[in-house]
Ligand binder design. Sequence first.
Ligand SMILES: Cc1cc2nc3c(=O)[nH]c(=O)nc-3n(C[C@H](O)[C@H](O)[C@H](O)COP(=O)(O)O)c2cc1C
Length: 396
Amino acid sequence: MKRTVILGVTGSIAAYRSADVARALMRAGFEVRTCLTRAAQEFVTPALFEGLTGQPCLTHAFDEPVRGRMAHIDWARDAAALLVCPATANAIAKFANGEGDDMLTTIALASDATLVICPAMNPHMYADETVQRNLKALRARGAVIIEPEEGDVACGENGQGKLASVERIVSITESVAKTSALYEGLHVVITSGPTYEPIDDVRFLGNRSSGKMGLALASAAVRMSARVSLVTGPTHGVPHPRVETTRVTTAQEMLDATAALCGEADLLIAAAAVADFRPQAKAAGKIRREGPVTLTLEPTPDIVATVTERYPKLAAVGFAAEPGNDLESARRKLEEKRLIAIFLNDVSRPDIGFESDQNEGVLLLKTGQSVAFPKASKYEIAWRILDTVRPLIPPQ
Ligand SMILES: Cc1cc2nc3c(=O)[nH]c(=O)nc-3n(C[C@H](O)[C@H](O)[C@H](O)COP(=O)(O)O)c2cc1C
């Protein structure tokens, strides 16, 4: 496993905090190699990072610490992650546009390591439409954005723009930099997001699922070397570029797409928050507001139960989103739906579950064991779920 993180520091007033990030990454077992932009050197020096990391610090596109070897290529090849901390609005724009006019942007172009960006800037700059558009474009290409916090920023204003905490940056970088061959040769199908069940041509029944857990599972499975197919309901999330994505709207469409993929799959992870009910009949046009309306609802198909019945040898992991932790009901679902495991999480808590970047829960295994997962990022939880269920997947 590669354990080198390239730390790119750009010209933000928060540059001084990157020294703490470098130290914390080293404590977490990474070799840290630093690259400073010209503007970063107005705030911090190469000597600081060379002293802290014991590695040369690059500052210029033509730096060559090993004579005759192009540093931007060597460093790009060795990196498990390229962490840009802090990232200025200018650097974000350059990454988004594929510019390579200094050492840092050239390394970013040459490397296939995940780009982890920690924006830090004045709240007006952060809210600027172009900055947000550039971040969106980078996310779509697989970059991980560690969003800045709200609070007082150096210029005396208050709002979102303050560099994220060192702990958060290090924890996310650690999980991004991890790769493994645990799922080499396996095909994993993941369902994700909500489903929308039409009431008429305009309205639908849906739920608050953001699809973040499914996206985290898909990214983690890719980094564990799986071939990953994602079947997702309507969300704004952007899947990892190596994920094969099918977008659907209703529970029936999700079932059809999932069943079509599962014939040759090794593992199904059903993380979608599928609507349990749908209107029995969809009204044509738009129902007029002329008095009370009664909707008759019918149950939607149970996707995971239908698929495991059709493919009895398929290993499947379910998710039970219960308000309050009902272990009994989750254990019953595990057996009735022939799952190898079920992840039980409490969606009534605002700090975890729907829309949150974090989760917490209990994984019940078909072996009778249960594993508690303390609160962590959805990516970290995803990694642990995949790690825990791997021995339960029968060889095909
Ligand atoms: C004192 C000072 C503080 C700055 N802080 C920030 C900042 O926090 N975030 C930011 O995006 N730009 C900040 N800038 C502007 C950048 O330094 C400037 O856009 C520079 O061109 C960035 O170059 P780089 O992205 O190559 O490092 C600051 C400028 C000055 C003079």
